[in-house]
Design a protein around this ligand. Structure first.
Ligand code: BGP
Length: 465
């Protein structure tokens, strides 16, 4: 029976636009998250967020106290490169130098995402990922990161949740959702950008790099062959599409068949697949986010489906594609306060499926539960529900490891409270409470939640808790 590694990367996760704030400070330029118009009513935008830009030292101290071995965060492209001046932004580069140095001083391994939903607005105005120019810009950005941090950071993640950006197109990018054809063309360009980035990282550093999609096991709603076909189609288009290209260097046939039938075939230019198949452009590990599994059934010919997530972005429902699949709720699973299904066994199943398919080391880059948390009169936060969620997932994680899954780390979402992508700061994920609400900035003070002390013990005992 395999055991958890002694150097297992226990940590926590975040993303720049959701935690930093300082959205226009020290030369930072706007990303698509700053220019987004459809912030749901009553929820905050990302301008101040958790004000990590000014509290980073204190936040790292909290991580040190929990005993973190790693911290997964993202660099804001718009902080380190100025499109207005067409040059690096030294102050922005300095911010991440300071953060990384502080982490290393405390033996916390930085795991850095290059791009987490926050494309520079300048590039978006020029077509965003639909333009091949963005591929070259991403390569240029990668070189800047390597020149600055290549010698310090051992783990890099290229693109966070490329698959969710495709499924929820407009919702994540801001602006109107794109057509299916454009979404898949954008995807192709992201694969090329990712391949170029992985090659540059391998050429310019000794670091390891991988993608970070959201991967989850997909269940058929029943044991009918039709529902099973819906599940096979959905898992290919939602999950494997995003790993087959970087790992195997080819598009999977089921996804291609679907795109063909939808008259949305992508334009692959001569030489593109050579870029993707370059031996230096292969991932060293698979980073993945896991929240909940999905369940699908065959479609109903009399129903109208939306080809994207509708208003309620709960990662489970609202997505259907006529003749292919319809996502449904799974009545066997409990739900979070925000209606996301809870499936710890699915976590193990997802890792087993990925291991059998790709046989690469895995790195968990997000897993967690969003809920309403409040400070009580003694400035404490009782988030037992979060401890229960993690306890169940860690049990399954250890079983997966015992079965042979090579998991190198667990970096749940999130280290510190931050602003949710669609639900403001009322939907909290952190081990540390940040004292502000959507409406009121209060004092932004940090308070450890009950889960903070629980996680500290887990890390101390290398998962035995
Ligand atoms: C993932 C994203 C994160 C994060 C998380 C929780 O999809 O990578 O950025 O926000 O989900 O989602 P939400 O904030 O919508 O609850």
């Amino acid at each position: 029976m395999k055991k958890i590694r002694e150097d297992f990367l226990w940590g926590g996760s975040s993303s720049a636009f959701q935690i930093e704030g300082g959205w226009n400070e020290d030369g930072k330029e706007p990303s698509v998250q700053d220019t987004k118009k459809d912030i749901p009513e009553g929820t905050t935008d990302f301008k101040i967020a958790s004000d990590h830009y000014h509290h980073w030292k204190e936040d790292v101290a909290m991580m040190v106290e929990m005993g973190f071995k790693s911290y997964r965060f993202s660099i804001a492209w718009t902080r380190v490169w100025s499109y207005e001046k067409n040059q690096p932004n030294q102050k922005g580069l300095e911010f991440y130098h300071n953060l990384i140095d502080e982490l290393l001083k405390h033996k916390i391994e930085p795991i850095v995402t290059m791009y987490h939903f926050d494309l520079p607005d300048y590039l978006q105005q020029k077509g965003g990922w639909l333009s091949r120019n963005t591929i070259d810009e991403f390569a240029k950005y990668t070189k800047l990161l390597m020149e600055n941090y290549g010698a310090k950071v051992k783990y890099w993640l290229t693109i966070n949740e490329q698959n969710i950006m495709a499924l929820a197109s407009g919702a994540v990018e801001g602006g109107k959702p794109r057509s299916t054809k454009d979404i898949y063309q954008c995807n192709h360009h992201m694969f090329l950008a990712q391949a170029k980035a992985m090659k540059i990282i391998h050429q310019m550093s000794k670091a390891k790099v991988g993608p970070a999609p959201n991967i989850t096991a997909i269940y058929p709603n029943s044991n009918t062959p039709e529902d099973n076909l819906a599940a096979i189609t959905f898992t290919n288009i939602r999950n494997w599409y995003y790993l087959d290209v970087p790992v195997f260097g080819k598009y999977n046939v089921i996804a291609m068949d679907m795109l063909n039938k939808l008259d949305s075939m992508i334009d692959i230019q001569d030489g593109d697949m050579d870029i993707i198949n370059d031996p230096l452009a292969k991932p060293d590990f698979i980073g993945f986010n896991y929240y909940a599994t999905g369940t699908v059934k065959q479609t109903d010919p009399n129903k109208n489906y939306v080809s994207k997530f509708s208003g309620q972005v709960d990662q489970q429902t609202g997505f259907g594609l006529q003749d292919f699949f319809e996502q449904v709720q799974n009545p066997n699973l409990p739900k979070t306060q925000f209606n996301w299904e809870i499936d710890p066994v699915g976590f193990k199943n997802t890792m087993l499926e990925m291991t059998s398919r790709y046989n690469l080391p895995l790195l968990l880059t997000e897993n967690g539960i969003g809920g309403y948390d409040e400070l009580d009169a003694n400035n404490q936060v009782d988030d037992q529900y979060r401890i229960d969620y993690y306890t169940a997932h860690l049990k399954q994680m250890l079983e997966a490891i015992a079965m042979g899954v090579d998991l190198i780390g667990y970096n749940p979402w999130t280290a510190i409270d931050l602003v949710s992508t669609h639900e403001g700061i009322r939907k909290r994920y952190g081990f540390v409470f940040v004292n502000r609400t959507d409406e009121d900035l209060k004092d932004l003070k940090r308070y450890p939640k009950k889960s903070f002390y629980w996680y500290k013990e887990v890390i101390k005992t290398n998962g035995k808790n």
